[in-house]
Design a protein around this ligand. Structure first.
Ligand code: SF4
Ligand code: SF4
Ligand code: SF4
Length: 488
């Protein structure tokens, strides 16, 4: 057992307001620079929809992530030989049109235009060419479906749905959507790290944050092609790639990342997970239908004495283990099995987990709406959520939705009188949930204060040993820039 500590995160989609505060905060702090105008390290998409960059989930188009053609795990984007040729031309890279052409407005026009019968207007100006332009796309162009089903019907997850389920999503006046905030997943098996020919990308040993060494980056952009989530970006001014840094300067001083701290919906949680790094390759290689379970299985129980002993041998300090025991991420992912990874079939083993959204309280997909409809009759088809969060496997999503639904009923019974105790008891038992667990889920989801949502340990940079190492030396070891100190 090779125990590692990972700063991991959970987004509770049932609580997301789609307000984009997170995106704007990140933009203002990290990407408000020349060459980075089009980058949104944090973006919020509407689902169903095509996302940013457009159709990023379609790996037939972008060839990101890992595949197992002959049972052996390998990058989809490149082989050793093609990596060399792709330096000169990489056919799988998104173009600026796939993102959007960033723009500002000619505000001076508002002050300097001469007398006229018409109100002056600020025309859009391209931030690339400096010329006037017609705006035709943006990073959230299909926000809230933008009044049109066109983007939603181009969603790559659409393919999983039957004609009836597609009709159900688009039923007039029952149209349904939800918001999907996305950042880098700081994966355990990061395709971006494995693809970098310069060894500039690395995963920090002490907390698992995936970073790009700006001095080491040569701008080959193999990481951009390899990341199936399209969460590394090329800075056309600096000639280097960039990505979300999980606000590590804030984490190192005990502060939550800026997009987490600012989220008015309080949908975001940060905590430490302990996991077994010896199982990375094995887990990323299992058949599709086992991915969710195996990913969860490699997360270790921080209360288990054997794990605590192995963690100490691996050089993990006692205060990090203590933080792992209080981690809200551990509770949501492992204890309660509510949170799942986005597109686990890309096999990068994300450490950002999502709690899939419930549909409206009054639901049911026919003309007879019902209070607390069964999860299989939700307006958002189970199969659609399964395509997003469980590689098409409906069972883990059904489990999460059932438990959330049972907690909803549990609270409804406590605050209104239209549900009997017997109904609540039967839904809790069907959802594999006790009243104590339902209460704990409710408290962490709804009432938790900052210190419970963000459990950030001291990161012990002083004890980190990879800072003095050449990160390229760890190439081929799935990106760990961290020499193993010992194994249990
Ligand atoms: Fe790398 Fe994963 Fe982040 Fe993509 S999402 S940039 S593969 S760590
Ligand atoms: Fe941006 Fe920090 Fe949020 Fe990453 S964690 S998306 S760098 S604000
Ligand atoms: Fe708003 Fe938070 Fe959702 Fe971002 S994640 S859109 S800040 S509610």
């Amino acid at each position: 057992m090779d125990v590692r500590a990972q700063i991991a995160t959970v987004f509770h989609l049932d609580k997301c307001l789609g307000c984009h505060t997170c995106s704007v905060v990140c933009k203002n702090i990290w990407t408000d620079r020349k060459g980075a105008e089009y980058m949104w390290w944090n973006n919020v998409e509407t689902k169903p929809g095509t996302g940013y960059p457009i159709l990023w989930e379609d790996q037939e188009k972008y060839k990101g992530g890992w595949e197992k053609p002959n049972g052996e795990l390998r990058l989809r984007s490149q082989t050793r030989t093609s990596a060399l040729f792709n330096i000169f031309h990489n056919p799988n890279l998104p173009s600026l049109d796939d993102y959007y052409e960033p723009w500002t407005y000619d505000y001076q026009q508002l002050f300097n235009s001469g007398p006229s019968d018409d109100q002056p207007s600020a025309r859009p100006v391209s931030m690339i060419t400096g010329k006037y332009m017609d705006v035709e796309a943006g990073p959230n162009w299909d926000d809230d479906l933008a009044g049109s089903p066109v983007y939603a019907s181009a969603d790559p997850n659409w393919a999983a749905l039957s004609p009836e389920q597609r009709k159900q999503l688009f039923a007039v006046e029952r149209l349904v959507f939800f918001h999907l905030p996305r950042t880098c997943n700081h994966c355990l098996n990061p395709a971006c790290v494995a693809a970098c020919p310069s060894g500039a990308l690395h995963k920090r040993g002490e907390d698992g944050i995936v970073l790009i060494d700006q001095d080491g980056c040569r701008g080959w952009r193999h990481c951009v092609a390899a990341c199936p989530y399209k969460k590394t970006y090329f800075n056309w001014e600096a000639g280097k790639s960039e990505k979300c840094i999980l606000c590590f300067p804030r984490l190192e001083t005990g502060e939550a990342p800026a997009c987490f701290h600012s989220c008015p919906g309080r949908i975001r949680f940060v905590g430490v997970l302990l996991y077994d790094a010896d199982r990375i390759v094995e887990t990323a290689s299992v058949p599709r239908e086992q991915l969710v379970d195996q990913h969860r299985a490699m997360i270790l129980d921080p209360f288990d004495p054997a794990v605590i002993r192995a963690a100490r041998i691996s050089g993990i300090c006692a205060d990090i283990v203590a933080a792992a025991q209080r981690s809200p991420v551990f509770k949501f992912v492992k204890d309660w099995r509510l949170a799942l990874s986005l597109h686990i079939e890309f096999r990068t083993l994300p450490t950002l987990f999502y709690i899939p959204p419930l549909s409206a309280v009054v639901d049911g997909n026919d003309s007879e709406p019902e209070l607390f409809a069964d999860t299989d009759r939700f307006r958002i088809p189970l199969r659609y959520l399964a395509a997003l969060f469980a590689a098409g496997n409906e069972e883990p999503v059904r489990y999460s939705l059932r438990k959330q639904q049972a907690v909803r009923q549990f609270r409804r019974a406590a605050t209104a009188s239209d549900i009997t105790a017997a109904t609540v008891a039967s839904s809790l038992s069907a959802a594999d949930c006790t009243p104590e667990e339902a209460d704990a889920i409710y408290r962490l989801t709804v009432l938790a204060a900052v210190g419970e949502r963000f459990v950030i340990p001291p990161l012990h940079r002083e004890a980190s040993i990879e800072a003095a190492l050449e990160t390229g030396a760890a190439k081929g070891s799935l990106g760990f820039a961290h020499a193993t100190r010992g194994k249990a």
